[in-house]
Design a protein around this ligand. Sequence first.
Ligand SMILES: Cc1cc2nc3c(=O)[nH]c(=O)nc-3n(C[C@H](O)[C@H](O)[C@H](O)COP(=O)(O)O)c2cc1C
Length: 282
Amino acid sequence: MSEQPTSPDKGKSKAGPLRAFLALPNEDPRKMVGVAVALCLVCAVLVSAFAVGLRPMQEANKVLEIRRNILQVAGLMRPGVPIDELFKQVEPRTVDLRTGEFTDAVDPNTFDQRQAARDPALSDALTADQDLAGIKRRSHYAVVYLVKDDAGQVTTVILPVHGYGLWSTLYGYLAVKPDGREIVGLQFYEHAETPGLGGEVDNPNWRGQWPGKLITDENGDLKIHVVKGAAASGPEGAYQVDGLAGATLTARGVDNLVRYWVDKDGFGPFLKNLQKELAQDG
Ligand SMILES: Cc1cc2nc3c(=O)[nH]c(=O)nc-3n(C[C@H](O)[C@H](O)[C@H](O)COP(=O)(O)O)c2cc1C
């Protein structure tokens, strides 16, 4: 058999430049830069793919975390029972803070109060006199959570609250009885106060003081306070929670935010309306 004449292009595949690149000595700057760029591209693609792929899981975890906090503040967590199962007794509702009435203007399952408070179309600026909690703007809407018993009666109302401490805005939930007067619990899920000082707002012993405290007296006057030092042992103690040793400023922030959110510029009008509504239903 006669050998076929080899053309000069024969054997040059598309992989030619790659082969030529790989054949370069490792110390060649072109090879070093090329390998670094390729590595960066591979990593970028992997990171993006993970970020996009894991987003639904992150969103689901966020929802689960919110639900866990809501159940905790209402004292409804049960070991071994899935959070979604326990949450069936909780109904999210949107409240218009300007009127204190329930509204369907926004979906309570997707409404983002924090984002709305930054949007001038969805929030109002607070005057210095109004802004006890140091939040600057108040969203028009807030999502509250109604806990209902088997008979459909509201047993607890959970209000989202936030306000400035010493270093940060504290975000949490205040749970109250439907009478709008007795506290069921206060719990923060986000803040940047100093661990061991302001961070003691998360201490279960301190949190344990809140259930049973009264927001207002019989005349409806706002009385709840986080005091400096220990709460009074007499009847006034019903309206008082101990301060935090070494963290007076965070404790004052909590005092301010609780008093803001239960009063006229917070959920005060809503709590009054709810009592009327429940009295009519009952
Ligand atoms: C590093 C550092 C971190 C602090 N963190 C807090 C805090 O998170 N909350 C707070 O109220 N005070 C904090 N303080 C203390 C305040 O500066 C202030 O002294 C304190 O609130 C006064 O509380 P007292 O009257 O109970 O001592 C911190 C102090 C230091 C030096």
